[in-house]
Design a protein around this ligand. Sequence first.
Ligand code: BGC
Length: 416
Amino acid sequence: MRKFLTTTAIAAVMMTMGGLAAKAEEGVEVLHWWTSGGEAAALDVLKKDLESKGISWTDMPVAGGGGTEAMTVLRARVTAGNAPTAVQMLGFDILDWAKEGALGNLDEVAAAEGWDKVIPTALQQFSKYDGHWIAAPVNVHSTNWVWINKAALDAAGGKEPANWDELVALLDKFKEQGLTPVAHGGQAWQDATIFDAVVLSFGNDFYKKAFIDLDAETLGGAQMKEAFDRMAKLRSYVDDNFSGRDWNLASAMVIEGKAGLQFMGDWAKGEFIKAGKKPGADFVCMRFPGTQGSVTFNSDQFAMFKVADDKVPAQLKMASAIESPVFQSAFNVVKGSAPARTDVPDTDFDDCGKKAIKDLAEANTNGSLYGSMAHGHANPASVKNAIYDVVTRHFNGELTSEEAVTELAAAVEAAK
Ligand code: BGC
């Protein structure tokens, strides 16, 4: 017997279908450079969180630590009139896109969820433009960290180096053990990441004058020459195959006990954790000698691009999901970073994570929290790239320290 649906039943079926269709369409396309093991594991926390909320994920990964390549691809996409929904971005790059009028507006979610009160002002400087929220901060990383193989440290006497001389002594001991003392990848952003820490180790004022104020005398002065000398010294502890090596492969050298330590931001911890290593037992995290109490930070934010009206609800839901305190804890535990909100308990974080959260809060209170030059939080890309160029040429032996300071001051002056 044939059954006929009543008008009401048909309407109900159609509504359900309409609902399903709308749901299936709700998705985000996300451009990012989180392609290493630890990074991908953290990204998965975000993907799954959104999928559980019915938002599908279109992945647009662009490999390359520090995001240089990702930013090139982004430029091409936007120029072609095809901006992704959300883009992983650092500091001044976000403001540059906002200036171009390319970003959307998150004010509605930010106001409803009280972001102003819980997201530190140091991050808000990059999440807001002209008083409007344009990006959702995911985390706070920092660059002045050292990741040491615990067994190698123990074999060298077990003491964490407290200053430059002790650091050099430790690296010599690693060499005696037959290890590569410093695991490093010769890429401009990695060289610059070490330079962040080396410059900071000469004091907060020096870092601020050099990288925040871009003071020509500081950039071209005697102390900067000493900083370059220290870079040259560290260069003598890397292996012959360092050129072009990805940062996570350098982390793997420490994890596998082939190298003594790595100078790298706390995304390196994500690699150790992914490899099943435990802080305190298998590896040690410490601030670069001489920088304890200070933090050079960078925050990954998802800059939200102007998209078609029908894509905005998913974009706002993504922003809201990112700022949820539960997500902030779950994600940052895996990523190696501290939460982007001040009210997230540190309960689930390991000792390095707890230290990251504590250091950040203290540096913020003491005025010793600075944007990372290497990771786009001290200057716009033009200045950052000018510094990268000099630091890398010097690291590769193309410039003496004397030449490097002269070039640094000149390059920054021309770029600013
Ligand atoms: C980002 C990190 C990332 C690292 C290496 C940094 O600029 O802030 O999230 O893990 O680059 O790719």
